[in-house]
Every structure is written in C-alpha cells, then in structure tokens.
Design a protein around this ligand. Sequence first.
Ligand code: NAP
Length: 313
Amino acid sequence: MSLLLLGRWSDAERDRWLQLLQAELPAERFLLAPPTDPAEAAEVEAAIVANPEPGSLIGLPNLRLIQSVWAGVDRLLQDPTLPPEVPLSRMVDPAMNEAMVHTALWAVLSLHRHFFALARQQREGLWQQPEQRRAAEVNVLVLGLGELGGRVARALAAQGYAVSAWSTRPTEQAGLRCLAGEAALQAALAEADVVINLLPLTPATQQFFSAARLAQMRRGAALVNLARGAHVDEAALLQALASGQLGHAVLDVFAQEPLDPGHAFWQHPQVTVLPHCAAQTDARSAAAVVLANLRALREGRPLAHQVSRQRGY
Ligand code: NAP
C-alpha cells in the first residue's frame, strides 16, 4: 500500500513533511502527485493533505483515511468530489494549540491594557496614561469552545479575565460561563469588552459577524477574529469601526488572503492586521499526530479528530 502526500504548499514544506514521515515509516511508499495509473491508484491507503486541488482524491478505490495537516477543513469540504464515505480527520496539533493561546492572550492583554493605543501614542509623541482596569473587570466572550476556543477560554480565565464561552452544545467547565443558544449569545455580546472568534467556518457560521450581529455588541468593544475571514462582513466591520460601535479589531484572517495591498484595514488606526499566523501547524509535532492516526487505522482502532461531514467541523 502507499500514502499520498498532497497539498497547496511549497516544495520545501512538502519535503519537510516527507522527511518527518519517512523517518518513522522508512519502508512506506509515498506518492507526491495523484496517481494516473489505476494499479497505482488502487494502492493508495491514506491521503495526507493540505487543502489539495479539488478533484485530486477521485479514483482511489482503497482510500481509507483523508488526514488533513491543517486544523480548518472548510476549504477541503467545499470539494464536491471528496469521497463521502472515507473518514476525514483534521489536525489537532499541540504546538498549534499553544500558539493560538499565545496569540489570544496577547490580543486580550493588548486591548485590556491599551497597548495598541499606546503604540499609536508613541508614534505621535504623546505622553498620556490610560485608565488601568483589573482583569476581572474585563468581560471576554470566546465563540467556539473546541480545541482552540476551549484552550483560549481557560487560559484567559487563568489570567483572571471574566470569560464566557459560547458553543452549540450546552456544557459546563470550571471557571468559565458556558453558553449556548441565540438568546444567551445576544446577552453575552451586549456585555463583552472583547469578543474572540474561534468558530469553525460552516454554512451556519458564514458571515456570522453581519451588520446586525456587530450591532448587538457592546458599544466600543473589540473583535478578535482568529478563525476564518468569511466569518466577517468586512464592509459592515469598517462601518462599525467608523461609527464607534466597535473600538478595535484584531484580524488574523480575511475574506481574501493575502490581504489586498489597497485594503482599508492596512492603514486603519483601529485595526491590527496579522498575516494569518495566529497559530500554524508545526510539522514536528503534527507529524506525530498523523503517524498516530495511521497506526490507529492499521490496527483497527478509532481514528482521532474525525470531522463530521454533516456538521462541517
Ligand atoms: P473545533 O475544535 O471544531 O471547535 C469548534 C467549536 O465551535 C465547538 O465548540 C463547536 O461547538 C462550536 N461551534 C461550531 N458551530 C457552531 C455554531 N453554529 N454555533 C455555536 N458554536 C458552534 O475547532 P478548532 O480546532 O477549535 O478551530 C476553531 C477555528 O480556528 C476554526 O475556524 C479554524 O479554521 C481556525 N483556525 C485558525 C488558525 C489561524 O492561524 N488563524 C489556526 C488554526 C485554526 P460544539 O462544541 O458544541 O460542537
């Protein structure tokens, strides 16, 4: 049998993955392009993918696992030719989880302690001391209580912030105010000083931050989008910043990436732009996750981090 390694990545990235996987599986046969020969196609047991071109997983009759090396599978699921019966697992990488916690802590600390505004003041040569609030006086709402949202919410609570977290299924977690449902969301949005988006991108969450949703937020609050650009109506966000409805936006993800050089976000004084780097897969730890799932597949044990095609995450 063979393993197919496919993605929209640089040769260097692909070679890094190949090297890490081959080090642990020296006898394995790896294919680096979709096989054209039917006999070769029949040999493919698992595909290890980084958003491959749509259609590239067609015609693999013995494919038993699609393993994404990226956490978000929204783009992969948009491929109508993705074999529906083959289990799809996404990446849950400990190093990426840790990086996301760091980015969220930085964003909330920067907003809480006015560090973005202070950086602007320095550029303007302004000596002005801002009001100092306690962490417990800052309401943070985390949307999505999954692998990333859950870790972020717990890390913020550990720093003393008043943290609420919203997810589909009602749940309880020590130190967090866990919420579910539209009414609870609206009440929490009205109270939150900082809203962190860590929802998956699904048909239910596309354009989640519409003009109407932004209007439900507390006046002057900040939005931190670390999930997907398509969660936000960018024109509505600019409008909300212009009207004072929103005080600041920290954006790691955009409707179009890379962000257009002429986009209003770049020079906007109330927007902090990150180039989709909040949390990257670290191939060193992520390769171990892939290898563990391959072992589970071959030993007939349950696969980790399976995506529900129905829910879209
Ligand atoms: P996850 O483990 O699948 O968790 C998703 C969470 O969102 C779950 O708590 C789920 O609720 C909740 N949810 C889903 N749909 C919902 C809805 N319609 N209403 C309310 N709650 C909903 O996802 P994750 O691994 O934490 O990833 C979160 C996001 O981060 C994804 O968008 C991913 O693409 C993005 N990401 C970004 C970067 C970056 O560098 N910027 C890096 C990695 C990942 P239940 O618990 O009830 O199912």
